[in-house]
Design a protein around this ligand. Structure first.
Ligand SMILES: Nc1ncnc2c1ncn2[C@@H]1O[C@H](COP(=O)(O)OP(=O)(O)O)[C@@H](O)[C@H]1O
Ligand SMILES: [Mg+2]
Length: 270
């Protein structure tokens, strides 16, 4: 398979280049120290690529280390703040779950099931979903670039302090916040053509009293057979959270129709 050999050669070349440069540029190696201990060589090469491209200037530290990914606070060469999400390439248990969120999505064609390929596709999917959301005007981080298992987006927060999760900071006006979240769900479905699929107080930031939707890697196209189930789950979670804050939430069925524009009839066969 000549293609494979070619890409291996490119990999080797990049690797050599990375080593050479890292040796000679202290500034670069500082940045790599931040991720070196956790991530493999291919990831470091990916970071190096983003550095050379001028996407990332430096990484300053971890915002949050989860089970599937780490989010770093970084800055672009022009000083603007970045969130750099790096997926682990060795998270085995999470793989099974990922496949069902990729299968049947026309954006990705035939699925390559090796752990590394899956994670790369997952990263690409989150980037693509963020693009769809951002273009539709959904309040979310703006996607900037991705390579391999690394996703670069705008940082939501201030001076390196990430905005609190809704989970960590209850809204001052829960009713208004609820209405706002519902509006974002409708815009996501009808404008971006997506359903979040993991929407909860853990994946909404409360940024100066305004909801910002993020963590969209599992979000599905509304035409996908999973979409009806996912929108119900999202509605359930959101209603549950706001009910606990004393909000009089809207009827589930009525909400589903409102969010999807009554399109649920389309899916009764699937
Ligand atoms: N663009 C961003 N700006 C600021 N903080 C972010 C951003 N994206 C993620 N975070 C922070 O990193 C954490 C993990 O990100 P998330 O995308 O939810 O990953 P996970 O898949 O681990 O849930 C979030 O809870 C949030 O605090
Ligand atoms: Mg999350």
């Amino acid at each position: 398979m000549p293609r494979r050999r070619d890409s291996e050669k490119t990999g080797d070349r990049l690797e050599r280049k990375y080593e050479e440069d890292a040796l000679f540029k202290e500034k670069d190696s500082d940045m790599f120290q931040v991720i070196e201990a956790v991530f493999d060589r291919l990831t470091l090469q990916g970071m190096y690529r983003l550095l050379k491209k001028g996407v990332v200037g430096s990484l300053h530290g971890v915002v949050k280390a989860g089970k599937e990914a780490r989010v770093y606070y970084g800055t672009a060469p022009d000083g603007s703040e970045l969130a750099v999400k790096i997926y682990y390439t060795h998270t085995a248990e999470f793989r099974k779950g990922m496949i069902q969120y990729i299968e049947g999505d026309p954006r990705f064609g035939r699925i390559r099931r090796s752990p590394r390929s899956l994670i790369y596709t997952w990263t690409q999917k989150e980037f693509s979903n963020l693009q769809l959301c951002h273009r539709a005007g959904v309040r979310c981080p703006r996607p900037i670039d991705f390579t391999r298992n690394i996703l670069v987006m705008t940082f939501i927060g201030e001076a390196g302090e990430p905005a609190p999760l809704l989970r960590e900071l209850e809204p001052e006006d829960p009713q208004a916040f609820y209405d706002d979240v519902l509006g974002q769900m409708q815009l996501m479905w009808q404008g971006a053509g997506l359903v979040h699929g993991d929407l909860s107080e853990y994946n909404i930031l409360n940024f100066r009293g305004v909801p910002i939707i993020f963590d969209v890697s599992q979000a599905m196209l509304t035409a996908h057979r999973l979409a009806p189930t996912l929108i119900e789950r999202d509605i359930e979670n959101i209603n549950g959270y706001f009910r606990r804050l004393g909000v009089e939430t809207r009827d589930r069925e009525e909400l589903r129709e409102w969010i999807t524009g009554g399109a649920e009839d389309l899916y009764t066969d699937t």
